[in-house]
Design a protein around this ligand. Structure first.
Ligand code: NAP
Length: 329
């Protein structure tokens, strides 16, 4: 198979960063961008050297397009992923895949019915740092994981941002908290059996939220997220025989050489080791993995990603409900 031909639905802010990764990939070509506004599509196409500027519907109808990238507001992910699958396009949909598990199930059902791949776009998952940490944990480098803390936050200063609109699936949990929820799920390999949460609400969306997630095997995780802190992203994974600390970035940090820290052993006197990792553009590694999945049709990998996405969708909805009702879900 040649390079995967991709169309973008939406001249979103993130679409600009996506284009940097797409241009660095040897496996994909972005051949069209759709927008609700033709002028905006044309301006985006000119800036990024994309051949076709059109509407979302025209992207889906274009037989020369193999796959679409969906960077729409969270509440629109389900409808447009389903429309794209029905048009026979593979789908790389921005995180969080859906605002409910029921929507995520419908999205995967549409992908199955039309024989296409649907992937939740989490660049951090494809970073060498994340893959190495997952391998180290699976190899028993820190023993059995008992607890984990993961957090992501930043200052939301922009008025009118889609992240602050409850009707568009806004809020700190769906926007930023989906990362710690996803990473915790990757480490424990399952959805939690119970969640509790507290949140501070501003204009109908959670601005700061913390949650406790309990897992079937006895593991406990705590996550937090915020639109009202200095930017940070960090996780501490605590096992029976050691500790891993990481920033689990989407794109390796330009200011700091990418690495993670691992302490092997249970005593105070054990010095943590700093493990350097390769510097990567998250969208490039994500797009290469997406193209590989489409080309090789690796069902095992697709099924693992499907289960992870369904778990994430269920957990995000359960956390929001727990924060709203102060009940244990
Ligand atoms: N992976 C990452 O690193 C990362 C980073 C940031 C955001 N994201 C995700 O990417 C998605 C978009 O985020 P963003 O910050 O790029 O948002 P954004 O700049 O507001 O872009 C969203 C785009 O959706 C389209 N759209 C369609 N209906 C809309 C409506 N009713 N209101 C507003 N826009 C509408 C617009 O494109 P047209 O006007 O051209 O149609 C708009 O440009 C979200 O799901 C977010 O979670 C991912």
């Amino acid at each position: 198979m040649g390079r995967l031909r991709i169309g973008i639905l939406g001249a979103a802010k993130i679409s600009g960063s996506f284009m940097v990764g797409a241009k660095a990939s040897s496996r994909v070509d972005v051949v069209a961008v759709g927008s609700r506004d033709r002028g905006r599509a044309e301006a985006f196409a000119r800036t990024h050297g994309i051949a076709r500027a059109c509407s979302y519907e025209e992207v889906l109808a274009d037989r020369a397009i193999d796959a679409v990238y969906i960077p729409l507001p969270n509440s629109l992910h389900a409808a447009w992923s389903i429309a794209a699958a029905r048009a026979g396009k593979h789908v790389l949909c921005e995180k969080p895949l859906a605002t409910s598990e029921a929507d995520a199930i419908e999205m995967f059902a549409a992908a199955d019915a039309h024989g296409v791949v649907l992937v939740e776009a989490f660049p951090y998952m494809f970073q060498p740092q994340t893959l190495e940490i997952e391998r180290a944990i699976a190899a028993g480098a820190i023993g059995e994981v008992r607890t984990m803390f993961a957090t992501f936050g930043f200052t939301m200063a922009e008025a009118g941002n889609i992240r602050c609109d409850p009707a568009l699936g806004g809020g700190a949990l769906l926007d930023a908290g989906c990362y710690p929820v996803s990473f915790v799920r990757q480490v424990f390999g399952d959805r939690p059996v119970a969640v509790t949460a507290v949140a501070r609400w501003v204009d109908g969306v959670d601005h700061t939220l913390a949650a406790t997630l309990e897992f079937g095997g006895g593991g406990i995780a705590q996550i937090s997220c915020s639109f009202a802190t200095a930017v940070h992203r960090r996780a501490i994974i605590l096992g029976s025989a050691g500790v891993i600390e990481t920033e689990f970035h989407n794109h390796t940090n330009r200011a700091v050489a990418p690495s993670y820290r691992i302490k092997r052993g249970i005593d105070w006197q054990v010095e943590p080791e700093t493990v350097p990792v390769a510097r990567e553009d998250g969208f490039r590694v994500e797009l290469d993995a997406f193209a590989e999945l489409v080309e090789r049709g690796d069902r095992g990998s697709f099924e693992a990603r499907r289960i992870a996405s369904l778990d994430n969708a269920w957990t995000l909805a359960a956390i929001l409900e727990a924060a709203r009702t102060e009940a244990r879900m």
